[in-house]
Design a protein around this ligand. Structure first.
Ligand code: OGA
Ligand code: MN
Length: 296
């Protein structure tokens, strides 16, 4: 059966769809995967309710959309990891299952997710899709994930601004995004591993051909521009892109799976009571090439 997809908000018929009629714990056939992919092209973000997934089920479903990234952007590596390398640990849990203390280095690093970003824009080839599965949610308010439509951000940019930014290339690094929050506690190895990578500021979606602004908290400079001028422009663009009419707040329910297209959206986590467990797990489909190697 082909899944049905309806807009989450009828006032925004092309941003955020809700999918019904598919069980992602079961193998999905090629026609169903293609229907979901077409939904991604249209909506940029898809929400699936009631999907209780194991890690292998989440990984198997994610592979329909391309090669998976490994979680090399996580602070915890090797022995410190709780999860398989294909799964990003989006939780506040330690290896023994207890909640991280307030000062935990991994926790403070993960607060970078509260800044508007596009996943893995700090990697030479950034992310295509992210698939985030809600396993345990805090009771009480907060902890939403918000999404901004970067196609709409481009479309609504005044034409002189479009001309100004059209061919700019930004430098992206996790060292920069964490620095915005005052997190500077990196080892020399981490600084080397996360050295800045170039990304186009304006990119074209390979299927829909729509242009979008490729912003992210990781963007800390523009090639050829003085740093303060670059950061001032990037701030302005971020402000434009994240106006409320272009933002959707996803309020998590247990067993939700949300997929977003990092090429055409930004997202951020919202604050919650960090003494409670919040456990989500993310698989990430890699894009096919660095943005500079893709058609402008
Ligand atoms: C992510 C992310 C936001 C959240 O998983 O990439 O940014 O709300 N998560 O946890
Ligand atoms: Mn993210």
């Amino acid at each position: 059966m082909t899944p049905s997809i309806t807009p989450a908000n009828p006032a925004r018929p092309d941003f955020v769809g809700v999918v019904a009629g598919v069980d992602l714990s079961q193998p999905v056939d090629a026609a169903t995967a293609a229907a979901i992919d077409a939904g991604m092209d249209r909506f940029g973000v898809l929400v699936f309710h009631g999907q209780r997934l194991t890690d292998p089920q989440q990984i198997a479903f994610s592979r329909h959309f391309g090669e998976l990234e490994l979680a090399t952007g996580d602070l915890a590596q090797g022995e410190q990891r709780r999860l398989p390398m294909e799964v990003n640990d989006i939780s506040n849990l330690q290896r023994d299952g207890s909640v991280m203390p307030r000062e935990d280095r991994k926790r403070l690093f993960s607060l970078g997710n509260m800044l508007w970003h596009s996943d893995s824009s700090f990697k030479p080839t950034p992310a295509k899709y992210s698939l985030l599965s809600a396993r345990v949610l805090p009771t009480g308010p907060g902890g939403n994930t918000e999404f901004a439509d970067m196609r709409a951000a481009w479309d609504t940019l005044p034409s002189d601004e479009q001309a100004l930014v059209r061919d700019l290339v930004c430098e992206h690094s996790q060292i920069y995004s964490r620095g915005v929050l005052g997190f500077t506690d990196f080892t020399p190895e981490e600084r080397l591993k996360w050295a800045p990578v170039p990304q186009r500021l304006v990119r074209r979606h390979p299927v829909t051909k729509r242009l979008s602004l490729f912003l992210s908290a990781h963007a800390g400079g523009i090639l050829g521009w003085p740093v303060p001028e670059a950061r001032a422009l990037l701030r302005d663009l971020n402000e434009h892109a994240t106006q409320r009419e272009r933002v959707h707040a996803h309020v998590w329910q247990p067993d939700d799976l949300v997929i977003w297209d990092n090429r055409s959206t930004m997202h951020r986590a919202r604050r919650y009571d960090a003494t409670q467990v919040r456990e989500l797990r993310r698989t990430t489909v890699a894009d096919v090439a660095p943005t500079l190697e893709q058609a402008a």
